[in-house]
Design a protein around this ligand. Structure first.
Ligand code: PMP
Length: 405
């Protein structure tokens, strides 16, 4: 793919006098100029509140906002823009689903919710809270010895009480790609009414996603991990399910008619979008997704895969470094544990050499408990990273480990 670094102003930063090597993309990505320009353009040329406005600017803003929704729908292969709910982020999307399932009475005492050992807290805690409200129970899919999804154990967990299956497409702490399509299909075979949710926080923008082909009911992701602003996210849901489920938050926009006696709700997707949304952020998200498509998602995927293989091989070759999970079938990140070296110490030294990585539990404390480790050092890639970035990170890691041991 063409070198796109020049499109990202912040990548020109120096850290402690060294050029920044930014490998914390699983936490958040940098933003291309087109996205920054879209934000600026919205506030300088389009800003007005959307929907119901009789005036020119409101129509302009509404059109841009609804076009953004259509852009996201096309990006995900959704059947209709009505299936795209704008939220505050992946966390907001998952909480919305967990809340409306209990409001609908679809989960009750003794029912079971399946989550995975490698889940992010955002895909555990909302379900735990749902269990607290309803008396349902969490069931956790273990990892295989290779730290991959244990399909056999998962199939054994599926049963007559399984109401929800919530799976991360790519583990943010391990980089392992989970077989979500097969897992969703198995959940459907077990019971067609089981609700399936895929956490797409680490897959969106890193591999082509077609929500209809995945076969799930819900798919959630955050804009800020796909080159767009923070505070914006998407929940894709199958239209018939979204239509059947009740709204969660009440307020403006989500209503059809309000009287003190009774309120009727708006059509999809507005039923789930109470209040004034992050209009500029949502527009900027669609600009980011268009930019990504212009780079070519297949090419981005191949580019990141080549880099992640280089990174994995380089780290695995270092003495005392254990790379978590297999090399193949991997998202754009690598997590390591180093004998006798605390991840924070490694991360701090790497920072002094201009290399930004993330250390700690990565919001996956149950995974760390299962692995018996305090945390990992995680190197995560995006489309603008280069082989030179990976080389620099590997060289800095070698130097840091020499200093620490
Ligand atoms: N799920 C996964 C797999 C993630 O990596 C993240 C972010 N690290 C989230 C959920 C939550 O995303 P956000 O904080 O943007 O809502």
């Amino acid at each position: 793919m063409p070198d796109c670094r020049a499109d990202f102003p912040l990548l020109g930063t120096t850290v402690q006098g060294r050029p920044l090597v930014y490998l914390d993309n699983a936490a958040t990505t940098q933003k291309p100029r087109v996205v920054l320009d879209a934000l600026q353009h919205y506030y300088t040329a389009q800003n007005a509140n959307i929907h119901r406005g009789a005036h020119y600017l409101s129509r302009l803003a509404t059109d841009a906002y609804e076009q953004a929704r259509a852009g996201v729908a096309a990006f995900l292969g959704a059947a209709s823009p009505r299936e795209i709910v704008f939220t505050s982020g992946c966390t907001g999307s998952i909480n919305l689903v967990a809340m409306v399932l209990s409001l609908a009475g679809l989960v009750g005492q003794g029912d079971e919710i399946i989550v995975t050992t490698d889940a992010h807290h955002s895909n555990i805690v909302p379900w735990q809270m749902l269990c607290g409200r309803t008396g349902a129970e969490l069931r956790v899919v273990p990892l295989t010895a290779e730290l991959t999804f244990d399909m056999q154990a998962y199939l054994a967990l599926l049963g007559p009480r399984t109401r929800v299956v919530a799976l991360p497409y790519i583990s943010n702490a391990l980089g392992v790609v989970n077989p979500v399509q097969q897992a969703v299909a198995a959940a459907r075979r077990n019971n067609p009414r089981t609700v399936t949710l895929v956490d797409g926080a680490q897959s969106t923008g890193h591999l082509p996603v077609d929500v209809q082909a995945l076969g799930c009911d819900f798919y959630a992701f955050s804009a800020h991990k796909v080159y767009a602003p923070t505070g914006v996210g998407v929940l894709w849901g199958r239209e018939e399910l979204l239509a059947e489920l009740p709204p969660w938050q009440g307020g403006g926009e989500m209503i059809s008619e309000v009287t003190f006696a009774k309120t009727t709700y708006n059509t999809l997707p507005f039923k789930y979008e109470a209040g004034t949304p992050n209009i500029a952020g949502n527009i900027a998200l669609s600009v980011a997704l268009r930019y990504l498509q212009e780079q070519g998602l297949e090419q981005v995927c191949a580019h990141e895969n080549a880099l992640v293989q280089q990174l994995y091989a380089g780290l695995a070759a270092m003495d005392g470094v254990r790379v978590l999970g297999p090399q193949e079938n991997r998202g754009a990140l690598v997590s390591v544990v180093v004998d006798g070296v605390h991840p924070y110490d490694l991360g701090t030294l790497l920072d002094q050499m201009g290399v930004a990585v993330r250390t700690g539990h990565h919001c996956c404390q149950p995974l760390m408990q299962a692995l018996g480790i305090p945390g990992t050092t995680r190197y995560s890639l995006a489309m603008y990273n280069t082989a030179a970035d990976v080389e620099a990170a590997l060289a800095a890691t070698r130097r840091a480990l020499n200093m620490l041991r």
